[in-house]
Write a protein that binds this ligand. Sequence first.
Ligand code: AHR
Length: 497
Amino acid sequence: MAKMYINPNVECGKIHKEIQGHFSEHLGRCIYEGLFVKDDSGIDNVNGMRTDVVQALKEMKIPVLRWPGGCFADEYHWKDGIGPVEKRKKMINTHWGGVLEDNSFGTKEFMELCRQLGCETYINGNVGSGTVQEMSEWVEYMTFDGVSPMADLRKENGNEDPWTVNFFGVGNENWGCGGNMTPEYYANEYRRYQTYVRHYPDSKNPNKPRIYKIACGANSADYNWTDTVMKIAGNYMDGISLHHYTITHDWSKKGSATDFTKEEYYMTMKGMVFTDELINKHVAIMDKYDPAKRVGLIFDEWGTWYDVEPGTNPGFLYQQNTMRDAIVAGTTLNIFNKHCDRVRMANIAQLVNVLQSVILTEGEKMVKTPTYHVFKMYSDHQDNTLVQSSIEKSKVGVGDKMVDDLYESVSKAEDGTVTVTITNLCADEERTIDAVITDYPVSKITGTVITEEMHACNTFDNKDVVTEKEFKGFKKTENGFTLTMPACSVVKLTLKK
Ligand code: AHR
C-alpha cells in the first residue's frame, strides 16, 4: 500500500486557472470546420462558431485560448484578417498542408469565439516575418479606446469598443519556424518589439488588465536558450514560454495514436514525465535571474504527437486520442500544479482536430476525447491554492522503459473544499493508497474516475467509452482515507470538513 500525506494547512501557491489553457492554430481542421463553420455547412452555429463545440468547451471551463499559432503566427499578417470577409486576402497556408486560407477567421472572429467561451485571450504576434510597426498596430487596433488610425479602422469595421488582450506572445519558436534566430539575436529583437506592445488605458474600463507579455522560450531541453533570453531580456517580460511534445519513438517515427504495444505505452509515459525534470531545470535557470519568481513559465505547447491517422493529410496533424492520452493529460496537469509557483499558464496543443485535442469533429458530428474528460475533471483545481502533498512511488514499466507509478496534486478552494487528483500510470495493475491528512477532519468524500484499458477511445459511433464516472473505491479512515486505484486511471476525490 502506497502512503500519501496531505497537509491542507501548508499552502504552496496559487494554481492559476490558465494552467488548464488551450491553443488554437490555423492548422488542419482546428479553426475551419472544428471551431468555425460557414453558413452553408448546415452545422448549428452562432456567428460562425459551432454551437456544440462552444457548449462542450464551456462545460469544460476553458480558461484561456491562444491564437493564431504556432508556426502559423510568424507568417500571419493580421490586416489580412479584418474588414469585410469577401474582401479579405486569400493565401496558401504554406506551413500546414498547403491549403487555401481565406482569412475568414480573423481578429474579430477570434474575439467573438472567446466571448462565447467566456475565456481569456492569448494572441501570438509575428516576429519572424512581421515588423515592429505591424505588431504595434495590431495591439493598437485591438485595445485602444481613443482616436488613432488603428482604433478608427476597428470602428470602421464595426467594432466600436476595444477588446481585451490578456496575454501577448512576442513571436513563436523563433529558434525554428519563427525565423531560425540565435538566442542572443532573439533576445534583442524581443526587447525592441515588446517596447511597442503598449498598454492603452480604457476610460470605460479602469480595471482593464495590463497585457501580459510573453517572450519566446526554449525548445524542450535547450537550457542555453532560457539562460540567454533571461539574461538579456528577463527584465522586459512577464513570462517566457517552453515547448515540449511527448513523442513515443523519435520525430521520424512518432508511432500510432491507437495501435501501440505496452512497451510503447511506457515510452510515451517516459517522454511525458520528463516534463517534471524539464521544468525543474528551466526554473533553476530562471531563479538565477529572477529569484523573486516574477516571470512566469508559460508552457504554451505540450501534449502527445503521433503519426497522423492513416489516409489523412499529413500536414493536418490529425490524431485520435485514447486512455493513454488521458493518463498523459492527468499526470502532466498534476506536474504543472506542483510547479504552480512558476508555471503561470500552459496551453495543450491543439483544441480541436489536431494533436492532443479535447474535441474531434467530422462534419456535424462531435466527440469528446479522453483528454477532454480529464480537463473537465481537473477544472475544480482552477484558481485554488496548491497544498502540500506527497505520495510513495514505485517503478513500473517494460525493460528499460520504467516510470514512477503514481502522480498526485492536491488543492484547497476558498470554502475549504480539498480536491485530490491522482494518476495511476500502471497499465494493468491497481494501486492501493493509504492517505493521512493533517489537521483536517474529513466529514464527506466524493469521487470520480476515468479508467479503461489503455487503447480505449471515443469514436463518432461510440462516443462514451472513456468518460468520467462516479467512483466509490475509497474508505474514510480516522485520519484520512484509503483508496484503490484501478489500473490505468485518473481519480479525483473531493473532501469536505
Ligand atoms: O503544434 C504544431 C506546431 O508545433 C506548432 O505550430 C509549432 O509552434 C510547434 O513546432
